[in-house]
Design a protein around this ligand. Structure first.
Ligand SMILES: Cc1cc2nc3c(=O)[nH]c(=O)nc-3n(C[C@H](O)[C@H](O)[C@H](O)COP(=O)(O)OP(=O)(O)OC[C@H]3O[C@@H](n4cnc5c(N)ncnc54)[C@H](O)[C@@H]3O)c2cc1C
Ligand SMILES: *[C@@H]1O[C@H](CO)[C@@H](O)[C@H](O)[C@H]1NC(C)=O
Ligand SMILES: *[C@@H]1O[C@H](CO)[C@@H](O)[C@H](O)[C@H]1NC(C)=O
Ligand SMILES: *[C@@H]1O[C@H](CO)[C@@H](O)[C@H](O)[C@H]1NC(C)=O
Ligand SMILES: *[C@@H]1O[C@H](CO)[C@@H](O)[C@H](O)[C@H]1NC(C)=O
Ligand SMILES: *[C@@H]1O[C@H](CO)[C@@H](O)[C@H](O)[C@H]1NC(C)=O
Ligand SMILES: *[C@@H]1O[C@H](CO)[C@@H](O)[C@H](O)[C@H]1NC(C)=O
Ligand SMILES: *[C@@H]1O[C@H](CO)[C@@H](O)[C@H](O)[C@H]1NC(C)=O
Ligand SMILES: *[C@@H]1O[C@H](CO)[C@@H](O)[C@H](O)[C@H]1NC(C)=O
Ligand SMILES: *[C@@H]1O[C@H](CO)[C@@H](O)[C@H](O)[C@H]1NC(C)=O
Ligand SMILES: *[C@@H]1O[C@H](CO)[C@@H](O)[C@H](O)[C@H]1NC(C)=O
Ligand SMILES: *[C@@H]1O[C@H](CO)[C@@H](O)[C@H](O)[C@H]1NC(C)=O
Ligand SMILES: CC(=O)N[C@H]1CO[C@H](CO)[C@@H](O)[C@@H]1O
Length: 572
């Protein structure tokens, strides 16, 4: 059974008929969600000769959707049918506002709508995963998987003149995921001017941020297929090249409602219950495992709908508890995103991808190290003690250690507003965010009905220190634009000096940030099915298996899919 993109009608006629009316279909592995994680896993697992894999995806195909393929404007698909269009709850600590949460609903998941930046974490951040109790999850072990997945296209001479740079040893050439610079990269000298201004502020040029050391200014690498001039989404990288494998099936327009359990005392998944667009509820069976790859906002919701989570929450919706696991849906962390917009006297027609990563010591005074016990209590109280304060205090200590040792805590990107097919505008903008918030929120179901969206609460600025950092980054961004040579040809139009005066107090900055950042979330949610020891509030172990279950894993945003795929293979 295969889905060929040129014969989806045929696929529908055979497969959907089968789901709805024939006997229940059975596969070795059921993967819920066709985002980057689900498709990577499906690709690797279906390499095995004696394994059958089915991927179940709520959205459809977007192979020829220009809102996806056009590189120059990644926001085109926002608000269309391939965006789930979530919204946060009222943000108690951020002026009460709600924010839009974009999330991809398509074969390819969020990689069909994301910003295409290809930037790995800092070495010390990956190593911290092991520090907190996940044996084997460290930079040295993961870097081969990064390279194995990558097909890096070295920049051309013209792209190098436009600011592209790389260090060959940090990249793979033979993997399925195309990475590089688009031909639409802006020519001219803007990258030099931006780099010089950052240099004047003490931020050096970084030739390649993908080697484990992120601080500096760089022109970022992107997930693009340069020769085809299209976005390289996860479908193009991991699914279409292997779609003819007889043992790989994809069910599109099909939403998983919950895991179906086997009878008996052990918690073993039998399969999943699904709703497909065309017919009523039905199910698929798993001979081996059910793997949730529905993303940070839905995988925890699926666990709750299946009886795995905090009993106090499950009982509210009449869901019997199969596994008492209060960490499910907790630890949600996201980054607030603020922007400064400038008028220039030049028009720019091209993508930029100019990013500067700064450490706290670059833009902030001393990082306080005597408050983490208070922060832990505040977070614990805010989430009804679903995560205990001593666990949080330990995690915060590790995180503060990263910040104190100079792991960048601020990302500032600079973009031109490019009008696709239209007239380019004389506008530059910098968007910026703190990278490691201490505020933690959660995502939980709000109904026993799986079609009702979960409640998403990132608790922006619950911890004062996060606001203090975001304020410092905002001032840093304004200082950047006041630095030669960029100061010579730009004038701030938003927020503008009437709204945030040159001598603004931190209070004024903070109030502007709380009011203004909420156009949209940064859409980088993670941590909601955390790979950590159970006593720290973890949901999955270092093999990504959900605590208390025999054959259910979560493999998405917070974990490395290649490593995961190999782990599952090793266990077979
Ligand atoms: C607007 C935006 C910009 C971003 N920019 C960048 C960037 O520039 N660089 C970067 O590295 N990252 C970026 N990200 C983040 C990155 O895209 C995500 O981290 C990544 O896609 C997460 O992959 P995932 O597989 O965990 O989940 P997802 O990509 O969310 O995939 C989950 C899939 O599961 C499906 N699904 C959900 N629930 C169900 C269900 N019940 N039944 C069936 N299917 C279901 C969804 O439709 C989706 O296709 C961005 C994200 C967004 C939203
Ligand atoms: C696949 O084959 C391997 C050995 O080649 C075996 O260990 C494994 O159990 C098989 N898996 C299935 C699902 O048959
Ligand atoms: C999925 O739904 C979309 C939108 O309704 C439709 O265009 C597409 O043909 C469907 N695909 C499949 C395989 O059902
Ligand atoms: C692309 O996005 C626009 C809005 O930005 C929308 O009107 C259009 O329907 C979308 N196209 C597809 C194929 O989804
Ligand atoms: C959220 O805020 C809006 C106003 O911004 C208000 O109307 C609404 O009642 C609030 N919702 C909750 C659940 O507090
Ligand atoms: C930049 O210059 C190169 C080579 O001169 C050209 O191919 C490319 O189209 C130019 N890019 C833009 C965005 O104009
Ligand atoms: C089934 O789905 C396809 C594609 O989404 C659509 O064209 C068709 O009309 C649907 N059929 C029914 C009976 O809803
Ligand atoms: C901007 O670039 C696009 C392609 O990159 C091109 O089609 C368009 O003509 C350019 N516009 C101007 C005004 O140069
Ligand atoms: C806390 O910070 C102060 C000053 O910044 C420093 O002197 C002290 O050594 C730090 N303590 C710890 C435990 O890191
Ligand atoms: C908070 O937790 C307690 C104890 O587990 C529970 O009784 C209560 O319902 C929870 N409150 C909320 C709002 O979830
Ligand atoms: C445009 O920018 C240049 C510097 O690049 C500056 O010399 C010039 O005065 C600016 N012109 C206007 C009209 O702002
Ligand atoms: C900022 O400057 C304005 C105008 O000079 C003045 O009225 C105001 O008091 C100053 N604010 C602060 C916080 O110094
Ligand atoms: C059972 C089955 O169809 N196995 C195939 C799975 O896909 C791989 C890769 O194409 C083939 O080698 C197997 O024969």
């Amino acid at each position: 059974m295969l889905l060929c993109r040129d014969s989806s009608v045929l696929f529908l006629a055979t497969t959907l008929l089968a789901i709805c009316h024939a006997s229940v279909l059975e596969f070795d592995y059921l993967i819920v969600g066709a985002g980057p994680s689900g498709l990577t896993l499906a690709n690797r697992l279906s390499e095995l000769p004696n394994i059958t894999v089915a991927v179940i995806e709520a959205g459809g195909e977007v192979y020829n959707n220009p809102n996806v393929t056009i590189i120059e404007d990644f926001t085109l698909a926002e608000g269309t049918s391939i965006d789930w269009q979530y919204e946060s709850t009222n943000q108690t600590y951020a002026a009460g506002q709600r924010i839009a949460y974009h999330s991809g609903k398509a074969l390819g998941g969020c990689s069909t709508i994301n910003g295409m930046t290809y930037i790995r974490a800092e070495k010390a951040q990956i190593d911290a995963w092991e520090t907190i109790g996940n044996k084997g999850w460290n930079w040295a072990n993961l870097i081969p998987y990064y390279k194995k997945s990558e097909h890096f296209d070295a920049p051309t001479a013209a792209q190098t003149r436009a600011g592209a740079s790389y260090i060959a040893v940090d990249h793979g050439r033979d993997g399925p995921l195309k990475v590089g610079y688009p031909y639409g990269l802006l020519n001219g000298t803007l990258h030099e001017q931006v780099g010089q201004a950052w240099g004047a502020l003490g931020i050096p040029h970084n030739s390649d941020v993908n080697g484990g050391s992120v601080r500096g200014f760089t022109v970022w690498q992107s997930t693009v297929d340069r020769e085809a001039n299209v976005r390289e989404d996860a479908g193009r990288a991991y699914y279409y090249p292997v779609q003819s494998r007889p043992n790989l099936s994809v069910f599109l327009n099909t939403t998983v409602n919950r895991i179906v359990w086997k009878d008996g005392d052990e918690v073993i998944a039998k399969g999943v219950e699904v709703t497909s667009k065309n017919c009523s509820v039905s199910s698929l069976n798993a001979r081996k495992e059910v793997i949730l790859s529905a993303g940070s906002l839905r995988s925890p919701a699926l666990l709750e709908l299946s009886g795995i989570g905090n009993p106090a929450i499950l009982s509210k919706y009449g869901i019997p508890t199969k596994v008492d696991l209060p960490g499910v849906g907790e630890n949600l962390q996201d980054q607030p995103n603020t922007a400064i917009v400038l008028q220039t006297n030049t028009t720019y027609n091209g993508t930029t991808g100019y990013v500067a990563f700064s450490s706290a010591s670059d833009f902030f005074g001393n990082v306080p190290n005597n408050s983490i016990a208070d922060w832990a209590l505040q977070v614990s109280n805010a989430v009804n003690n679903s995560v205990n304060a001593s666990a949080l205090e330990y995690l915060f200590k590790v995180q503060l250690g990263l910040i104190s040792q100079g792991v960048p805590d601020a990302e500032t990107i600079i973009g031109t507003t490019v009008e696709v097919g239209g007239v380019p505008r004389a506008i530059l903008a910098s968007a910026f965010w703190l990278l490691m918030p201490f505020s933690r929120g959660n995502v939980h179901i709000s109904s026993p009905d799986p079609s009702v969206y979960p409640q998403i609460n990132p608790n922006y600025f619950l911890i004062d220190f996060d606001l203090a950092i975001q304020i410092a980054i905002a001032k840093w961004a304004r200082r950047f634009w006041a630095t030669q040579p960029v100061s010579a040809f730009t004038a701030e139009i938003s927020p503008g000096f009437e709204v945030v005066p040159a001598n603004a107090t931190d209070e004024q900055w903070g109030s502007w940030i709380k009011q203004s950042y909420l156009g949209s979330a940064n859409s980088h949610p993670l941590g909601t099915a955390a790979m950590m020891p159970k006593k720290l509030g973890g949901v999955v172990d270092a093999q990504l298996k959900v605590y208390g279950t025999g054959n259910v894993r979560v493999v998405d945003a917070s974990v490395m899919p290649f490593q995961a795929a190999d782990m599952i293979k090793e266990e077979m």
